[in-house]
Ligand binder design. Structure first.
Ligand code: SAH
Length: 350
C-alpha cells in the first residue's frame, strides 16, 4: 500500500529521500510543494523531473480534500465548507475573517466518539481519524478556493483532537514548519473536551499554542450529564491538569462555556464556576448554545448570559461573551456532515 507523503514530517520525508537514494536538496523541494503550495498531484511539482515524479507516485500518494458544498454567510462573509475525502467521507471547516486575518476552524476526525449531548458532531457517529495530511488539506483547499492566506488555526471542527493525538501533532509540526505554511504556534488553538492524560502529553511537548477546554459546567455532576468524558476524567482532575499546564508552559488556558437554559446557566452555576476557577490564570468564553434539531438545546436568554458574565467578572474571572459568526449557515461543528449523511437538503448553498 502507498504511503501518504503529506502526512510525513520534514525529518521523515528526509529519511524517505535518503531511502530512495535521492540527493538531500530534494527534501526541501518536495516538502515545499506539498506543504507551502499544497499541490494535490506530483505532476504539479514543476521543478522535478518527470522520472522522479513517476518514481514518487509509484511509492506515495498525496492526501487532499475536495469541495462538496460551500456556504457563504450573507451576514459576515464566514465561509463553511463540506469537504469530501478520497474514501467518500465528509468533514467540515469554517473560514472566518477577523481584523488580524483569516482563521480556519478544522476537523480532526470523521465524526466524534465523545458523545456530548448538545453537539451535532457526535450524532452522525465516528468513522475514523483524519491523517495529518487530511487535516492540513483543509487549509490548502480553502486557501486556493478563496485566494487568501490563512494565519490562524482553531481545532474546533468535527472530532476530538486529543483523541487523534499523534496525527494532530504531526499536523502542527508541518503547518508550523518554515518550509510549509509557517503558521506560528501562537496562532494555533487546540480545543478539547478534557482527555486528561493527553493534556499532560501535550504540555510535555511545550508548544506555544493555546489550549482551550470545553468546560460547559460548574461541577462534575452537571458536566457528566452532558459530557460523558467527565465520567472517565472528572472535572477536578481536568482543572488540576489545566493548572499544571499553565505553570509548565506559562500560557493561560481558555475555557469554553456553552450556556444551556436551566442546565448550566443559573446564578448558582456562575458562583460555583467562579469559585472553581479563582486563582487560575484563565479566560472564559461564554457561548450561547447553537440549535441542533435532535439535541433539544434550549438557548439561555440574553439577560441570563449577561447576568452569568457579570457574576464571573465580579469574582475577578477574565470573561467574554463570544460573538457568533456565520449564524445563518449552520456554522457550528458537525451539522453539515450529519445532514449530508441523512440525505437532507442543506439551505444557503451558493
Ligand atoms: N472535541 C473538541 C473540539 C470540537 S467542538 C472539544 O470538545 O473541545 C468545538 C466546540 O464547540 C466545543 O467547545 C464544543 O463543546 C462546542 N459545541 C458543540 N456543540 C455546540 C452547540 N450546539 N452549541 C455551541 N457550542 C457547541
Amino acid at each position: 500500500m502507498k504511503t501518504d507523503i503529506k502526512s510525513l514530517t520534514f525529518e521523515q520525508l528526509n529519511n524517505e529521500v535518503r531511502r530512495l537514494s535521492l540527493p538531500s536538496f530534494r527534501t526541501k523541494q518536495i516538502y515545499k510543494w506539498l506543504h507551502e503550495s499544497g499541490v494535490s498531484s506530483f505532476d504539479e511539482m514543476s521543478n522535478i523531473s518527470k522520472q522522479l515524479r513517476e518514481n514518487l507516485s509509484d511509492n506515495y500518494y498525496i492526501s487532499s480534500c475536495s469541495i462538496e458544498n460551500k456556504y457563504v454567510s450573507k451576514i459576515d462573509d464566514t465561509v463553511k465548507y463540506l469537504f469530501k475525502l478520497s474514501d467518500g467521507e465528509y468533514i467540515e471547516s469554517v473560514v472566518m475573517k477577523y481584523k488580524y486575518g483569516y482563521t480556519i476552524c478544522v476537523s480532526s476526525q470523521v465524526g466524534c466518539k465523545m458523545g456530548c449531548t448538545f453537539c451535532a458532531s457526535t450524532l452522525a457517529g465516528f468513522s475514523r481519524n483524519l491523517t495529518a495530511g487530511e487535516i492540513e488539506s483543509q487549509l490548502h483547499t480553502a486557501q486556493k478556493d478563496l485566494g487568501i492566506r490563512i494565519s490562524h488555526i482553531v481545532m474546533m471542527g468535527i472530532g476530538e483532537p486529543l483523541d487523534n493525538f499523534d496525527n494532530v501533532i504531526t499536523f502542527l509540526n508541518n503547518v508550523n514548519n518554515e518550509n510549509g505554511l509557517n503558521i506560528s504556534m501562537r496562532n494555533i488553538t487546540i480545543s478539547t473536551c478534557g482527555i486528561v492524560p493527553r493534556i499532560y502529553d501535550l504540555m510535555d511537548l511545550n508548544l506555544q499554542l493555546t489550549l482551550t477546554i470545553s468546560l460547559h459546567a460548574p461541577n462534575n455532576e452537571i458536566r457528566s450529564n452532558t459530557m460523558p468524558v467527565s465520567k472517565k476524567y472528572p472535572m477536578e482532575d481536568l482543572l488540576a491538569a489545566c493548572r499544571t499546564y499553565e505553570k509548565k508552559t506559562g500560557r493561560r488556558v481558555s475555557f469554553e462555556y456553552t450556556l444551556i437554559n436551566n442546565v448550566n446557566d443559573r446564578e448558582c452555576d456562575a458562583i460555583e464556576l467562579s469559585q472553581k476557577l479563582k486563582g487560575t490564570l484563565c479566560h472564559v468564553n461564554l457561548i450561547p448554545v447553537n440549535d441542533v434539531k435532535e439535541c433539544e438545546n434550549i438557548k439561555s436568554t440574553k439577560q441570563n448570559i449577561e447576568k452569568f458574565c457579570n457574576i464571573l467578572k465580579r469574582n475577578g474571572i477574565n470573561v467574554t461573551i463570544r460573538r457568533t459568526l456565520g449564524s445563518d449557515i449552520n456554522a457550528s461543528c458537525g451539522q453539515l456532515r450529519r445532514l449530508k449523511k441523512r440525505g437532507d437538503f442543506i439551505e444557503n448553498r451558493c
